[in-house]
Design a protein around this ligand. Sequence first.
Ligand code: ADP
Length: 498
Amino acid sequence: MIDTLKNLSFQAIFDASADAMMLTDDAGRIEIVNSAAEQLFGYTADELSDLTLEMLIVPRYRKQYRYQQEFFFTRPIKCSMGAGNELVAMNRNGREMLLDISLSPINMPHQLHVLITFNIANRRLDAQEALRASEERLRLAKQAAGLGIFDYDFKRNIVYWDEQMRILWGKHSEKTVNYEEFVAAIHPEDRAARQTAIDKAMDPTTNGEFKAEYRIVDPNNGLERWIFARGQVYFEAGQANRLIGVTRDITEQKDFQKKQYKQRKEAEIMIKQQVAERTASAIAHELNQPLTAISAYGEVVLQALNNDVLNSDNLKNALQGCVEQAQRAGRSLHELLAFLQKGELITEQINLNDLIHDALNNMYTDDDRWFDLVLHLKQHLPPVQCNRIQVQKVLVNLFRNAVEAMSGSDAPTLTITTTRHIMAGKKMAVVVVQDNGPGVDRAIAKRIFEPFFTTKTTGIGMGLDISRALIEANGGQLWIDPDAGQGAKFHFSLPFAP
Ligand code: ADP
């Protein structure tokens, strides 16, 4: 039995090995391989016998292999498996394999051969590969988010940082810096606030969270960039040990915020200017009428004086008129002020038909009314919820415009209608004020609600603008009917009391 075994050929024993083996010469040329090696590398013995072992090594590891090979041949001794010799080889399909190897030098006359046994250590390669992949993923994620990473070792006073941060700090080649160098790039105005944030995070009674925004100044070109830093302080035996964190360049975001702030400020100023303009015009609008009347009374009295025809009754009437107009102006200003300072709008339940009567009676007595008045006021109209003074002001504006427009009409007629309408699914009271003056042509109708639009020589062009604002403040709408036929037809709506 022993003899039979002794007669077994070298090749038969070689092939029987479960481990892949090959014999090479002292230049690494493959001489013989066993079938496990054929399987491992995916080449036939014939194919392999023309190759050097180096050709089976993954190209990026070949230099390292040559170094190992040279080292081995300077002192060829047996190296057993697991002694740390390994190769990263590639099979026929290009699959990379990390192989543990044992090396057994065989000294023949004039020639040194090496028996190499291979064992797959791929798990380690997979782990390395996974680590490499996860590092790569981290790198890509960092790059995509524009993040830099830093690690500040308090004890050693060293800041480790990555390339992204080195670029931002303008210190491209320095892999680490001491803390003072790190801080030197921070804008002097921002250092104190940042240091306070660090001190707070280093306090062991806190959770060690660090957050700060500051500017850094590139020492090479003086360029400023805004940085957002966020990190975590790690404590050891109750002492702050290190701060690990990320930084992000937020310069663009800051610029955008600054621009937005500027635009908002400009808009605010513009609105204030508009409000001031509007207020001034509204005051002018309120005072225009009484001042004109007062000046007219004054002129009448002057003329009478000049002509020596002044009697005490006329004088009394004129002065009475002046007093009334001045009081009216005062009241108007008070109401206007109340409207402009409007905190909460005070509303009450109001009978709209009664309000229309009141407004008309305040404006014209039956004697001095030179136009016909037609009232189509809906009976039993439920009360509306609104501010009495404001709606009355709107009625007066509309009536006055209508009456002024009819000054040249043959049979001037003011028609006032109240109805109910469903608007946007809600029941509303609607007032229609119609005259038979020249009307408003379409091109002008588009502009009459604009502030300062007027076609009158003494007009201010604020009446309709203010009226619309007042009606809207009371929950309604004010509009002109573009197809009114003859004359102008204005409508406004108001909500019914709940
Ligand atoms: P003002 O009366 O000071 O001109 P308004 O804002 O009250 O200011 O009116 C703006 C313009 O709308 C008037 O100048 C006039 O051209 C037009 N308008 C208003 N009401 C009528 C109306 N009933 N008929 C014809 N035009 C009108």
